[in-house]
Design a protein around this ligand. Structure first.
Ligand SMILES: [Zn+2]
Ligand SMILES: [Zn+2]
Length: 306
C-alpha cells in the first residue's frame, strides 16, 4: 500500500533560494493529508501534481505564518472548484477564528463545510482514525502552542495462503474468521491451526512530523523505532545559541533525536534563509545519524518498505 511523503515547502520563516515555507503532503492509498500549509502551498501542489480534490484532511502545527499562510488561498480555490464535501482542518485554538474572519469580511459563503478540530498542545492524543491509519499529536516546545503529528498504519490482517483455501475447501465466511486469527475445523472435526493457514502481516509503518521545536526529548518514547522522522533542523551547529533563543533546533540536534529514538530514517527541513548551500546542515546531521536526507521540495520519501 502506498505510504509516502512529498515535500512542498522546506524553508523556515522567509522564502529564499526558491525554497518555500513549510508544507508536506502525505499520501496513503491514494488519499492525501496536508501537513502545514505555508504560503504558496497550492501552487506547489499544482507543480508537483498533487490533486486538490483528493484532500480531505489538513493538519496545522501552529500559528506562525510560515506554517499556515497558504490556507486561505487553498480554501478559496477548493470553493471555486465547486467542492461540496466537507474539509477537516486540525489546528490550534484561534485558527477557526482566523478562517472565519477572512470569510466574513470577504462576504464568502463556502459551498462546502469546514469541520474544525481544535488541537491542544498539552498532552498527546489521537485526533484522527480511518480504516488504515491513525494520527496522534506530538507535543512540541516552541514559542506558541505547537503540535507535531504521528501517522501510524494500523496493524494489518493475517494473509491467508491461497493453496490452503483449495486444499481444505474453505468458504468465504471461514476466510474472514481465519484472517482474524481463528483456526479452521474440518467436517470430520480435525482442527487446522491458524499458523498453518496464514502468513503474518507486514509490520505497520509510521511517520512523525516534528516542526517547529526547540531540542526536547519529551516525545522520544512516542516516536521510538518509527520508520521515518521529519524533524526541523533550522540551524547549523555554530548557531546553536540562536536555535535555543528562537526555540528551534539545529540539524545536529534533529539527528541526535533520531539516533536516541532509534528511528530508521531522518528528514531535516525548515531551513533558515541564511543558508544557500544546505550541505553544512546535512553533513552535521550525518555525524550523529547517517541515514539523514534533506527535505528537498518535489521529492517524495517512502515511509518504510512498501
Ligand atoms: Zn516555522
Ligand atoms: Zn514557528
Amino acid at each position: 500500500m502506498q505510504f509516502e511523503v512529498t515535500i512542498l515547502g522546506s524553508n523556515g520563516a522567509i522564502p529564499a533560494y526558491n525554497r518555500h515555507p513549510t508544507a508536506q503532503v502525505l499520501t496513503y492509498n491514494g488519499n492525501s493529508f496536508l501537513i502545514d500549509c505555508g504560503e504558496g502551498t497550492q501552487l506547489q501542489m499544482n507543480r508537483y501534481n498533487i490533486k486538490r480534490g483528493r484532500l480531505d484532511n489538513i493538519f496545522i502545527s501552529h500559528l506562525h505564518g510560515d506554517h499556515y499562510f497558504g490556507l486561505m488561498g487553498l480554501i478559496s480555490s477548493l470553493n471555486l472548484n465547486y467542492r461540496t464535501h466537507p474539509l477537516n482542518i486540525f489546528g490550534p485554538e484561534g485558527l477557526d477564528e482566523i478562517i472565519n474572519a477572512h470569510l466574513k469580511w470577504g462576504k464568502t459563503e463556502l459551498r462546502y463545510k469546514i469541520n474544525f478540530h481544535q488541537l491542544s498542545a498539552d498532552i498527546p492524543v489521537q485526533v484522527y482514525e480511518d480504516e488504515f491509519l491513525t494520527v496522534e499529536t506530538i507535543i512540541l516546545q516552541h514559542r506558541l502552542p505547537t503540535t507535531g503529528f504521528l501517522f501510524r498504519e494500523k496493524k494489518g490482517q493475517l494473509n491467508i495462503i491461497r493453496e490452503k483455501i483449495q486444499e481444505y475447501r474453505i468458504e468465504v465466511k471461514d476466510i474472514v474468521k481465519i484472517k482474524d486469527g481463528g483456526d479452521f475445523i474440518l467436517p470430520d472435526g480435525k482442527i487446522i491451526p491458524n499458523k498453518e493457514l496464514t502468513h503474518k502481516p507486514k509490520p505497520p509503518r509510521s511517520y512523525a512530523y516534528c516542526s517547529d521545536t526547540v531540542y526536547t526529548e519529551t516525545f522520544l518514547p512516542q516516536i521510538a523505532s518509527i520508520d521515518l522522522l521529519y524533524h526541523e533542523g533550522t540551524f547549523a551547529h555554530e548557531h546553536t545559541a540562536r536555535a535555543a533563543e528562537t526555540m528551534h533546533s539545529t540539524a545536529k540536534q534533529a539527528a541526535i533525536i533520531a539516533s536516541k529514538a532509534n528511528v530508521k530514517q531522518l528528514l531535516i527541513g525548515h531551513f533558515s534563509a541564511r543558508y544557500e548551500d544546505l550541505n553544512i546542515l546535512l553533513s552535521e546531521a550525518k555525524t550523529e545519524f547517517l541515514n539523514t536526507s534533506l527535505a528537498i521540495e518535489g521529492e517524495t520519501f517512502q515511509v518504510g518498505l512498501p
